[in-house]
Design a binder for this molecule. Structure first.
Ligand code: ADP
Ligand code: MG
Length: 394
């Protein structure tokens, strides 16, 4: 069980704090299009300010690849954060070095400063110790609140902790708590739902839930790979040839596990994947040459729905179909509706799935939505995330 110190466990008054946030937000014409991630950082920032700390925020934005890119400066983030906080947020055009050191020393208690895009510096993604030392230099404490990048060992997520005491922010703390629920003594029956495109990126998480869960429901493109492993041909559907053998092994293993693994019993099959295109709901053996299985069908939604209705806890990663192309969002919507109608405690993670649920307006009834994609998967796999490992133990 992971038990890390958070900002609630340490003295912060008067301290100069380097806070790593995930402000990797979508931009549009130089402005922030979606400020969900900025808002998610506010409780930690507010708590630190209220307790008299000097807060200096650092994040990456986009993929500048180790050099300055004017269109990826943090200015739009600073502007939006100032609006949300209702107080000035100072912005500096460098990431680390004498200019930053000077500015930090001059800061008053309760002031907020945001550094330039961390990935303008080559040392960031390389986790260069010299850069990490420079980044840490003017500070007394490191607060990591960027769960979404915690699976990366970068200077600002892991390296700085060699030079500063490190604790979790409130968002990080909440992510650890919520994502741990299904790993440590979950409410049962525990039902795991896994979808998305590829088996390859999620094989470890599938194995983990085969171990942990009472039910494992598979959908999306990855279910195609399992159906092929089960002997179906599936026409021109997407699947991963190189993962078929491993999927077959996993199906065998599932027979001896205490977990009930379910694959789709029907699929939405289309000849052409485009918005509004016609399709048929077919059982796996009915899919013919030229047909593409792009969503789970209504019988599968009903079957999964029955299991969901009986669950006490649900974890879900990855959409059930090509949700970007309606009507092939209906399997994902159907599963979300079943979760909304169940009494189970639900935890959802995965960049595309969360985007799908937001688009469908179905996020309200989910108990916890993780801000991580890859980080959430690695956490559930049971891997040690570098950005969490460096935090002080409780
Ligand atoms: P997440 O980000 O939620 O973990 P993934 O990145 O694994 O999810 O997968 C999301 C992608 O999977 C989406 O782009 C979606 O279009 C695709 N996908 C889902 N079902 C299918 C399918 N049956 N065939 C092809 N692609 C699919
Ligand atoms: Mg994805």
């Amino acid at each position: 069980m992971i038990s890390k110190k958070s900002i609630e466990d340490v003295e912060v008054e008067g301290k100069k704090i380097l806070m790593r946030s995930d402000f990797n937000v979508p931009l549009e014409s130089g402005r922030v299009r979606d400020d969900t991630r900025i808002k998610a950082a506010v409780p930690t920032i507010q708590s630190l300010i209220n307790r008299g700390a000097r807060v200096v925020l650092a994040s990456h934005l986009g993929r500048p690849g180790g050099e300055p890119k004017p269109e990826l400066k943090m200015n739009p983030v600073a502007d939006r954060l100032a609006l949300i906080l209702g107080r000035p947020v100072h912005k500096i055009d460098s990431v680390a070095g004498p200019e930053v050191n000077k500015k930090v020393v001059e800061m008053q208690e309760g002031e907020v400063l945001i550094l330039e895009n961390l990935r303008f510096e080559k040392g960031e993604e390389k986790n260069d110790p010299q850069f990490a030392r420079l980044l840490a230099e003017p500070f007394d404490l490191f607060v990591n609140d960027a769960f979404g990048t915690a699976h990366r060992a970068h200077a600002s997520t892991a390296g700085v902790a060699s030079f500063l005491p490190a604790v979790a922010g409130l968002l990080m703390k909440k992510e650890i708590e919520e994502l741990s629920r299904c790993l440590n003594d979950p409410a049962r029956p525990l039902t795991a739902i896994i979808g998305g495109a590829k088996v390859s990126g999620k094989i470890n998480v599938i194995r983990r839930f085969l171990d942990l869960a009472d039910n494992l429901l598979l959908g999306g493109g990855m279910a195609n790979t399992f159906l092929v492993a089960d002997g179906f041909t599936l026409g021109d559907s997407f699947y991963e040839e190189e993962m078929v053998e491993e999927a077959a092994d996993l199906l065998d293993e599932s027979e001896e596990s205490g977990c009930c693994l379910l694959l789709p019993v029907d699929l939405a099959v289309t000849k052409e994947l485009k918005t509004g295109s016609s399709f048929k709901n077919l059982s796996p053996e009915e899919v013919e040459e030229g047909g593409k299985a792009v969503d789970i069908g209504p019988e599968t939604v009903a079957l999964f729905g029955d299991i969901i209705a009986d669950a006490a806890m649900i974890v879900w990663n990855g959409p059930m179909g090509v949700f970007e192309v309606p009507p092939f969002d209906s399997g994902t919507a159907g599963v979300a509706a079943a979760i909304a109608g169940s009494e189970a405690y639900s935890v959802v993670g995965g960049g595309d799935l969360v985007a799908a649920l937001e688009g469908l307006g179905l996020t309200e009834k989910i108990n916890f939505i993780s801000t991580g994609g890859g980080a959430t998967l690695e956490f559930w796999e049971g891997k040690e995330l570098p950005g969490i490992a460096v935090l002080q133990d409780k």
